[in-house]
Design a protein around this ligand. Structure first.
Ligand SMILES: N[C@@H](CCC(=O)N[C@@H](CS)C(=O)NCC(=O)O)C(=O)O
Length: 228
């Protein structure tokens, strides 16, 4: 199997945590896609994923699977013992519901803030983001408020359950965790009052699959291009 992604980027992290959780790191060849150089918006990559996004999983028979949830479902079911996407109808439904909330209220909102209120991935990507319009930055700033609302929402959830979708670590936790890393990198911190979310994040960051995942940091060349 091949994974097209880039170390350090949030949706790459989601899949790398899944690979580590499922013990599949050695079965995968990583193909690095230069997001800052807008490689993912050029014809060769668009033939792999018409949405122009990473990550993408390529199976040995050539099947291409994009969307982190779809990739997670595939990897989680490979050994016949899914642990991240639910086993019973109830578990599956709750995990997918919370996963979607994390995607919309955190990951999507941080993405909006990062690409519209800041210089985002830089000059090569600007033509692919959106044209300039008078309220562009204001719209981006509103996404920051959405992120904070999302953080407060998940803080409330985690006051009552050890993990985002109940008693077990799942795909929904991975999405919330990667979104919080993305928020931090974009300059949005978790409010101090969100004590349950902060404690959960610390606990999750110490799970072996999260701590020991391959490629958790940005490549040195990307850090340099971000000016870090
Ligand atoms: N819905 C997609 C989102 C993937 C996504 O937004 N990936 C980011 C990298 S973390 C990306 O490719 N961003 C570049 C862009 O949007 O141009 C998924 O779940 O995999």
């Amino acid at each position: 199997m091949k994974i097209y992604d880039r170390p350090g980027f949030p949706n790459s992290s989601r899949i790398r945590i899944v690979l580590s959780e499922k013990g599949l790191d050695d079965r995968v060849e990583f193909v690095s896609v230069d997001l800052i150089g807008a490689e993912h918006k050029q014809a060769p990559f668009l033939a792999i994923n018409p949405s122009g996004k990473i990550p993408v999983l390529e199976l040995d028979d050539g099947t291409l699977i994009s969307e982190s949830t779809a990739i997670t479902e595939y990897l989680d079911h490979l050994d016949g013992h899914p642990v991240l996407t639910g086993r019973t109808p109830r578990e599956k439904a709750v995990i997918h519901m919370m996963q979607n909330r994390a995607e919309a209220e955190l990951m999507g909102a941080v993405d909006g803030y990062f690409h519209y209120a800041t210089s985002g991935l830089g000059p090569a990507m600007q033509p692919y983001v959106a044209p300039e319009w008078a309220g562009r930055k204001e719209w981006g700033e509103r996404q920051r408020a959405r992120v904070i609302r999302g953080m407060n929402y998940f803080d409330g959830v985690l006051k009552n359950t050890p993990f985002v979708a109940g008693d077990a670590f799942s795909m929904a936790d991975i999405t919330v965790f990667a979104s919080l890393d993305f928020a931090g990198a974009a300059g949005i911190s978790i409010p101090d009052a969100c004590k349950s979310l902060i404690a959960w994040r610390k606990r999750v960051s110490n799970l072996p699959s999260v701590k020991n995942r391959t490629g958790r940091d940005f490549l040195p060349e990307d850090l340099k291009r971000f000016g870090l």
